[in-house]
Write a protein that binds this ligand. Structure first.
Ligand code: 0X9
Ligand code: ZN
Length: 741
């Protein structure tokens, strides 16, 4: 034993190939700066290869000195990669972190090698032989099995495939894949959400697509990326994520074998990419997929080979934003969602392009944590939150992408609806896998515990529909869901449909202020101190540009406030806000009910089609017109109408002389900022007290009876419910008739 132990020990503490190396981040300003950088490194940690794009690169100490001499501006992300890799090695050689989470699965306490992953897969299969099958989908170039775990209650269900670790050094990727498999196997039959998912879809997880590269990264070269093909020039490795046969050989892939993004000699020249392809070919029921990578916190959709939008960009955008929101709700982490080519960089021959382009799948690449502080050598403390947030995103994906259409509510879902009248709900339905056609959209609604009743939706064109929630009495809960029929089956929103519908409470609304901006109700466009030189607020029927709406938000009016009227056929930057701030100030508003809500629809666009800069639009409320409290600071590049609602009492003390202001500002240089406001209201909601509710708690019960008896025989007063001038038996009858069950 002794010699083996000492060998391991010496391997663990030996020098790494990265002693003194740094990882730097910079944005090459031109091709010359980019060429200079590329000459100094053979290890890009992010594969941007164009001026103006952020790039991370590992540099030797000599290359660092050379970079410093060039005068190119850079930021150091990791000062000594060797030290970080050595520390990780030593920790793992000493048995790894223990997790510190009581009751947590020790498997997820530290990164795991191939053997540990295999053992865990076998444990999962042994725990639920009725649910789990392990398959070997192929063999790597060095002869290692490529394993897949299939989690299926019914082989007739559509399937979703999740694959990890095409790139060896991205060690967080198999951890996330294993955590998904673990959560599904563990939760089936006990966790209602998992059980519902697995009643609708079968899931495949391929935790390590590139086992040779992965083993190599656990051995001599921690930062190995590619597979272990020996190329014709003696260099090693093909980038598996440039080897897929859809638009293979295009931009963002290298023809040079020693390069880290080497595409290989032909599409699917590699046994590892072949194995995953063959699984997909053998299983035409795989309708969606995620390819997990690291790092950068990105949710990426096709295409990777071109910056052109794919034909289903709206569907991909909606689903990507849903995953982003699921992540933010879980850990507050910020992931950016968008198409690969326009969000990251061009990369052709990637897995997701093939999955979408060749197979019609709903396919994403997710770049896991972090943002570059750890990069590929992530601190162990990042495993738990990364796993947790990506479980949330993946569950969202499994629910949404298992259905043939993605159903969305572009104007939001109401928490309350006005009592006794119908309320329109805007529905968008995007065909998903295989681009089926939509043949019908129906809203199902029930009032309180009644039966669900279908309400046909009216098509508005462009993939949008509208349907009415039924009129309901004040205080009643309206339950509803939407069912979309397609040529490939039905989709429901929410996922669980009638079993767990959306809800809205019917309330009586009184409007302290109601402005659709069709007439002048006293707003002030422009105040002292405004600095904008163009694009000042103006109340018009807008002329749309790429950055500004063509229509106001309502279906009956035409006017709203916009920052500068566009010109017919005008350029995107025509009449946008320039040079500073423009303020839209409300007239005096009655904000004396703290439970009232301030509601409006807003449009905000900051460099529509480009990267938003630091410009924003603060929206503020005041109780006296002098001191202002922020309701929100809009900076997200929505480029569409968004309805917002804020409870007065959450921001200010009640006041009958309140005001609201919108301050659109162009402070950063060269950006196109456009904003618009419509349908501004101050709304109070509630249900009138039932007769006999003497203490005003919304119920008629013993407490009210006690008050009535205490006032017995009094002349008039609140207990004189029938208004005959004296508190007596007639009032008791009124109270008992509305007794709360
Ligand atoms: O470059 C890649 O392959 C991925 N980034 S990574 O840093 N993990 O290497 C991004 C892949 C995007 N997907 C495709 N281009 N298909
Ligand atoms: Zn990768």
């Amino acid at each position: 034993m002794f010699p083996i132990v000492s060998l391991l020990a010496s391997a663990a503490f030996a020098q790494t190939p990265y002693e003194g190396h740094s990882v730097v981040r910079l944005v090459p300003r031109d091709h010359r700066e980019l060429r200079t950088l590329l000459a100094l490194t053979d290890d890009l940690w992010s594969h941007a290869a164009a001026p103006g794009l952020k790039v991370d690169a590992r540099l030797t100490p000599e290359a660092m000195r050379a970079l410093e001499r060039t005068g190119i501006r850079f930021e150091t992300l990791i000062a000594d990669v060797g030290a970080v890799v050595r520390a990780e090695r030593e920790r793992l050689a000493a048995g790894g972190a223990d997790g510190g989470v009581a009751g947590g699965d020790p498997f997820f306490a530290d990164f795991r090698d191939l053997a540990a992953i295999d053992t865990k897969l076998q444990d999962l299969a042994a725990a639920r032989p009725d649910l789990v099958t392990l398959e070997t989908i192929g063999t790597s170039i060095e002869g290692r099995p490529i394993r897949a775990i299939r989690i299926s209650r019914d082989p007739a269900l559509p399937a979703i495939a999740l694959n990890c670790t095409q790139h060896a050094r991205e060690w967080i990727s198999p951890m996330v894949g294993m955590a998904i498999a673990d959560a599904l196997v563990d939760g089936e039959g006990s966790d209602p959400r998992v059980t519902a998912i697995l009643s609708r879809v079968e899931v495949w997880v391929i935790p390590v697509v590139n086992p040779d590269g992965y083993a190599h990264s656990w051995g001599p070269e921690r930062l190995w990326r590619k597979n272990r093909r020996v190329n014709s020039d003696g260099s090693i490795g093909v980038d598996l994520n440039r080897n897929w046969g859809y638009q293979w050989g295009g931009a963002g892939a290298s023809t040079v074998p020693s390069n880290d993004t080497y595409r290989g000699t032909a599409p699917f020249s590699e046994p590892e990419s072949q194995a995953l392809r063959d699984l997909h070919l053998a299983r035409p029921d795989i309708v969606a997929s995620i390819d997990f990578h690291s790092y950068g916190q990105l949710i990426l959709s096709p295409w990777g080979y071109t910056t052109a939008a794919n034909p289903q960009a709206a569907m991909f955008g909606e689903l990507g934003n849903r995953m982003k929101a699921a992540i933010a709700a879980e850990t507050q982490a910020n992931y950016t969602s968008g198409p690969i080519g326009s969000t990251l960089y061009l990369a052709s021959g990637g897995m997701v392009d093939w999955a979408y382009g060749e197979r019609g799948q709903v396919s994403y690449t997710i770049e896991l944590r972090d943002l570059g502080q750890g990069g590929f050598v992530l601190p162990v403390a990042q495993i738990e939150p990364t796993v947790r947030e990506n479980l949330a995103a993946t569950f969202e994906f499994l629910e949404s992408a298992s259905q043939p259409a993605v159903v969305a509510f572009p104007l939001g879902r109401p928490a309350t609806v006005p009592a006794d009248v119908a309320t329109a709900v805007r529905i968008a339905a995007y065909p998903s896998w295989g681009s089926p056609s939509i043949t019908g959209v129906t809203l199902y609604a029930r009032i309180a515990d009644g039966e669900f009743t279908p309400v046909p939706a009216t098509g508005l064109g462009g993939g949008a529909w509208t349907a009415d929630l039924p009129a309901a009495p004040c205080g009643a809960t309206v339950g509803w869901y939407v069912r979309v029929e397609t040529s490939a089956g039905a989709a429901t929103a929410p996922f669980a449909g009638a079993a767990s519908p959306f809800t809205a409470t019917a309330v009586e609304q009184s409007l302290a202020f109601d402005d659709d901006f069709e007439s002048d109700l006293g707003w002030t466009a422009g105040v002292a101190g405004d600095t904008a030189t163009s694009g000042q607020w103006v109340r018009v029927d807008p002329v749309g540009t790429a950055a500004q709406p063509e229509n106001d938000v309502s279906t009956d009016g035409t006017r709203c406030f916009v920052t500068g009227q566009g010109a017919v056929g005008g350029a995107i930057g025509a009449a946008d806000v320039d040079g500073g701030v423009t303020t839209l100030l409300s007239p005096v508003l009655d904000l004396s009910n703290p439970d009232a809500t301030i509601r409006f629809a807003r449009w905000y666009s900051n460099n529509q089609g480009g990267a938003p800069n630091s410009d924003s639009m603060p929206i503020e409320v005041s109780r006296d017109g002098a001191t202002w409290v922020q309701l929100e600071n809009v900076s997200q590049n929505a480029g569409t109408w968004v309805e917002r609602s804020f409870r007065v009492g959450d921001f200010i003390l009640p006041s009958s002389s309140g005001r609201v202001r919108f301050r659109a500002q162009d402070l950063g240089t060269g950006s196109v900022v456009e904003a618009a406001i419509d349908e501004f209201r101050v709304v109070s909601e509630g249900c009138p007290a039932p007769p006999g509710d003497l203490n005003g708690d919304g119920r008629v019960d013993a407490a009210d009876l006690a008050l009535l008896l205490a006032a017995w025989a009094a002349t008039g007063g609140p207990a004189d419910l029938d208004g005959n001038g004296v508190v007596e038996a007639g009032d008791l009858a009124v109270l008992l008739a509305s007794w709360t069950a």
